[in-house]
Structure formats: C-alpha cells, structure tokens
Write a protein that binds this ligand. Structure first.
Ligand SMILES: [Zn+2]
Length: 611
C-alpha cells in the first residue's frame, strides 16, 4: 500500500510540474521560409516559390492552416475597400482609391500550386485569407513541408506596400507574400486585412530576390555575402537575405537609391536607402549619427537590441515597422525624419522582439512605442542632436490630450479588436495616446525605479515570444511588489476616467489638514507636492489600499507614505506636520503624469480663473 501511495504521489508531482511548465513556458509555432522571388519591374508582377518548414509545437492536432494574402486587399470591393468607403473618418491615404483601381493596378496573389509533403492540398481563397485543408493532419510536435508556387501583382501604392509611391519609390514590399497565419494559445489569427497591422509566426527567412540589375534592394535582413553581384551573363541580379528569429520580412527597391552605412557604437550596422530630393539629400546623411544615440538610450533602458542590422528604407506612405527595417517617406524636415525614424525603430522592441498581437492589443505596440519615442526624442534634445526644449515630463502633452479625448464621446475601450473600432480616430486615440498614457501612468503608480526594472524584466522574459497585457503587468507586479490587476482592468476594459481635487485646506496649530475628493470612477494613488515659503519641497503619497504596497521614492526625493485610500471612498483627509503659514502651495500629481480630466482643482491656492 505504501508503495502504491508513493507512486500516486509521484504521478501527481509529475502532472503538476507538467502543468507548471506549460504556463511558465508558453508554446509557440515555428516557421522556416525559403523563398525565390522573380520580379518583373515593367509589369510589377512577380512569381514566387515558397518552401515552409512548419513545426506544430502546440498540444493540438491541426487539420488545416491559413495564409494571409495581403495584396488581395487592393481590389475593388475588398473588405479594406468597403471599410474605407463606409467608415465615418476614412484614412486620407485610402478613401475610395482602391475602388478605382484598374485591372493592371490592383494587387493580387494567385496560387499555382500548394502541397504538403508532396501531396496536393485543397484550398479556397476568401479575400485576403487562404484557407487550406491539409491532406493529412499535423500532429503535436511534428514538422511538415508546405510548398507553394504563386504569382502576384504589386498594387499601386495606397496603404503601406505597393508600387510607385508618391515620392516615386518603385517598390515598397511589405505584407507582400503569402504569409502563414499564427496559431497560438488563443487559437488561429487569420484576420482579414482590413487596414490594421499583423501578428506572425516566429521563425527564420531566407529570401532570394531576382530583379533588374539597375535596382538597389534594401531589406529587413542580412545580405548574404557575395550576393547582389552584377553578372554580365544574366538579365537579373539576385539579392539574397537572411533574417533569423523574426516574424516577418519586408523590403524596398528602387534604381535611384543611395545607400549609406553607419555602424553604431553598440555594433549594429545601420543602412540608409534613400533617393535624392530637396530635403532627403540634406537630412538622410545626418540620420546615422543621431540614431546611434537613440540606440544607446534604447539599449540601456528597454533592453539590448539583438539583431546585427537595422535598415531605414525610403518607401511606403508614412512610416511602418518591420523586423530589422522600416519603410518611411523621405522628404521631411530633419525633426520629422528623426521623429519617424525613432518611432519605427522603437517598434523593434515593441512588436518585432516583444511580438504582441497587434490585432488584439494594438496599444501594446503603438502605446509602448509612443511612450519610448517621447523619452528618446527628449533625450536627443538634451544631447543637442535635435532642436526643441527638454521636458521634465515628455508625456505631459499626450496625457493632457488623452484626458481631453475622454470627454469627446468618441472613446472606445482599449480591449477593442484593432479592426473593429467605430472610427479611425477612436483607434488612434486608444492605441497610441491611451496606450502610451497606460505606460507612463504606471511609472507614476509603481515609481521610477521599479518601473525601470519592470521594463527590463518584461523584455528579458518575453523577447521572441508573444506577450499579452497580463504578462506585462505581472513583470511590473514582481518588480514593484504591488498588486496592479485593478490598474490593467480599469485602463484596458473600461473608459472610466480619473478626477481628483483638493476640496479644502485648513490650518491648525502646527499642522495643516488636506482634504481631497475623488469624483472620477477610476481610482489612482495620489502624490502631493507641498512647496514651502522657504523654497523647500516635500512629497507625500497616498497609496490605494488595493495596491497592497506603495512607492517610497520619486521626484528625486523620499516620499512620506500616508494612510491608504480605499477606492470605494469619495473623500479623504490627512493632517501633515506643517504650519499652514509656512506653505506656499500644494499640488496633486506634480508632474502631470495622471490623466485627470480636470486639473484646475488640483492646486492650492486655487488657480486664478479669468472672469
Ligand atoms: Zn507605430
């Protein structure tokens, strides 16, 4: 009996450790692409041979797979076209342009052959998604070879990718090949291409591009040594790129590209591909030195960039991020060129390395990126590399602007699927502005030091994986020792707003009583700055009871921790050991990090209101 009991215990132990490893190490699929692309630069048509070694690391048996056929979005009547013509506030770059494309201007991918381990597959093309019934299922842990031959037409550039963009770049090749959809712990993500961004399978790319010898190709990968050499016997030149541990591959090509290289202090090789123009010729050659300093800041604060190269490629319709590369428009002032370059580079951390699902959590890439860009631009101003004033809180304007937007009637919850916001305006305000405020306000909640450690912990735990909002919050909880679920739930799943005020200040002998009111539905810890008449400043913090912890330092000073504030209570008062006569002013949230919808009542003495 004893022996038997022991065995059962052992089995339980094994079962439990299995459960544990399943949650600690989330499984993910793996893909290895080898593509041979033959481009005709006269017709903008190309053929492709694609070998994919697909490994099913999931615990599920897969009897079908999906591919994205992004170029099919650029056809009259496509979901992207209808959406753009029916949404209240269409993207100015799209409007009804897809609807008016001619046969030789549309985009398409046509499948000529599709096999799994040599056996033909049944498939259907449904707009931008290819549904494939596999001839035999892929078992958990098994790998399979998916082979495809396809022919495609590059659409006139309308959104992100395409031919002949408005600056005359021949080929902006992003979201440009039949791309396997991701299957992860949340299931398949075969989202139709309606206009938003992407989610992909982690893996390696080996891409050979055969193209007219007059063209220069820049791509998100490392050019294979000896490739791209002109051959006098061949009509085309072959550019072969490798990109390992990424989830996408993009490139641009033009006969007029200048190519300059700058090796950053951190060792990353930056390549700039741009064509001459009144602004581009002057500003692009300055980009390397400035972005070098951006890399220094980013590596130190957000985690070390792991790839050998990064490429700034002129193309597209603004700025769009891809692994090891960005496609940006080039005719810009220096400030604008640096601004877009910093933003797209920061997506290397937030989406390219921390591969968040942009359809479900668009704020996790745009929000983090906007936050990091604000910090880096401020740093570059501090270093004198770009013009402008250095700010104490570089997120001040975004925080104010988000607080204003909550009052517009257009706000939708951050938990909305990226494609399904009612308006483009609501998507933008949520994913960029509220997303960045999410991060910046969290720094206020946990304090600068815990936040800095949390950013690194999040990066080091989740790089080359698909983190979700909870994974980020858990990293911050572990570094701060605070409970932060309430913060995530309020910020992500509600549109509740924050509104605190100083309701009364009264003096007693040797002490001052501060009374505060919470009017908004979302609770926050409250920091108080007391400025004394002799110029000294004192800092206090009121933690929320549900935080089960508090910060003790911030503003470069020690914080006096006051009694906690239960979120159910609309009012709070505290007496501090300070003579009211010695106090010059009292202010809530001194740096303006909190998206309080009315800050006029956050100061004492009250602000003079103009009659
Ligand atoms: Zn972005």
């Amino acid at each position: 009996m004893i022996q038997k009991l022991l065995n059962i215990n052992l089995l339980l132990l094994i079962a439990c450790s299995f459960c544990f490893s399943q949650t600690a190490e989330r499984w993910q699929q793996h893909v290895q692409y080898k593509m041979e692309i033959d481009m005709d630069v006269e017709t903008f048509q190309f053929t492709g041979k694609q070998h994919i070694v697909y490994t099913n690391n999931s615990p599920d048996t897969l009897d079908r797979v999906f591919y994205h056929l992004f170029f099919n979005a650029f056809q009259p009547g496509s979901m992207m076209d209808v959406r753009s013509r029916s949404i209240e506030d269409p993207d100015g770059r799209v409007t009804d342009r897809i609807y008016h494309l001619k046969e030789n201007e549309i985009g398409y991918h046509k499948i000529d052959k599709l096999e799994m381990d040599g056996a033909p597959c049944d498939y259907r093309v449904e707009g931008t998604v290819l549904e494939v019934d596999l001839p035999s299922p892929i078992l958990p842990g098994a790998s399979t070879l998916l082979y495809m031959e396809f022919n495609s037409q590059v659409p006139v550039q309308i959104r992100r990718s395409g031919r002949e963009n408005k600056e005359g770049i021949s080929l902006s090749m992003s979201q440009w090949y039949p791309k396997l959809s991701e299957y992860d712990y949340q299931g398949w993500h075969a989202h139709p291409y309606v206009g938003r961004e992407f989610h992909g399978v982690w893996g390696d790319f080996d891409v050979s591009i055969h193209i007219d010898p007059s063209f220069i190709v820049g791509a998100g990968g490392v050019l294979k040594e000896g490739s791209a050499k002109k051959s006098p016997f061949k009509k085309k030149r072959v550019w072969e790129f490798r990109a390992n541990n990424v989830h996408d591959f993009a490139w641009g090509a033009d006969p007029d590209y200048n190519h300059i290289t700058h090796t950053a202090e951190c060792g990353v090789e930056m390549n700039m591909y741009y064509q001459d123009g009144p602004l581009a010729s002057e500003h692009w050659p300055k980009l390397g030195k400035i972005m070098d300093e951006a890399f220094n800041f980013a590596n130190a604060r957000y985690g070390v960039y792991p790839y050998p190269v990064y490429n700034f490629i002129q193309g597209g319709d603004g700025g769009m991020e891809y692994p090891m590369a960005t496609l940006i428009t080039g005719e810009r002032s220096l400030g604008s060129l640096v601004g877009v370059s910093v933003h797209e580079l920061m997506h290397s951390w937030y989406q390219m390395i921390l591969g968040t699902n942009e359809a479900l959590y668009p704020w996790m890439d745009e929000g983090f990126t906007s936050f990091a860009s604000a910090e880096i631009m401020n740093h570059l101003r501090k270093k004198g590399l770009i013009d402008g004033d250095v700010q104490v809180n570089p997120m001040y304007n975004s925080t104010k602007s988000f607080a204003r937007f909550t009052q517009s009637g257009y706000e939708e919850s951050l938990s909305t699927h990226a494609d399904h916001y009612t308006t483009n305006r609501a998507y933008g305000a949520a994913s960029y502005t509220k997303g960045s405020v999410f991060i910046s306000q969290l720094e206020y909640v946990v304090g600068k030091d815990a936040f800095a450690r949390g950013l690194k912990r999040y990066y080091n735990t989740w790089k080359f994986k698909h983190p979700n909002p909870n994974d980020f919050i858990r990293a911050m909880e572990k570094e701060s020792g605070m409970e932060l679920d309430w913060y995530k739930e309020y910020m992500m799943n509600t549109t509740h707003t924050i509104d605190y005020s100083i309701s009364d200040i009264t003096g007693d002998s040797g002490s001052t009583k501060i009374s505060l009111t919470k009017t908004g539905l979302m609770p926050m810890p409250m920091d108080i700055e007391v400025v004394l008449k002799d110029g000294r400043k004192k800092y206090f913090t009121i933690p929320l009871r549900i935080m089960r912890g508090e910060k003790t330092h911030d503003y470069g000073a020690e914080l006096k921790v006051l009694n906690d504030w239960p979120w159910t209570n609309a009012s709070y008062s505290v007496s501090i050991n300070q003579n009211l006569d010695d106090i010059e002013s009292i202010r809530l949230d001194p740096l303006g990090k909190v998206a309080d919808i009315n800050t006029d009542d956050n100061e004492w003495p009250p602000k003079e209101v103009n009659p």
